[in-house]
Design a protein. Structure first.
Length: 73
């Protein structure tokens, strides 16, 4: 499997692909059913959080344009 790649989609989810695992705040691993690509909800409207179910369509506005963070303090 390849390294993890996260793509921030405009007006939608974060696409995660590659070699990754997702855990909850207690450290329990989500069963991803063998998926190597998933969408993470950014809008908060999904009924399947933390995963995207498409509820953002027409309800979430964010143009994803890469930028540099300021230096760490």
């Amino acid at each position: 499997m390849s390294k993890t790649k996260i793509t921030i989609n405009s007006n939608g989810s974060m696409r995660v692909e590659g070699d990754f695992e997702i855990v909850d705040k207690s450290g329990n691993t989500y069963d991803l059913g063998g998926r190597e690509i998933i969408g993470i909800c950014r809008c908060g409207l999904s009924s399947n959080k933390p995963f995207c179910d498409g509820s953002h369509n027409g309800n979430f506005d964010h143009e994803a344009i890469a930028f540099a963070l300021p230096p760490k303090k």
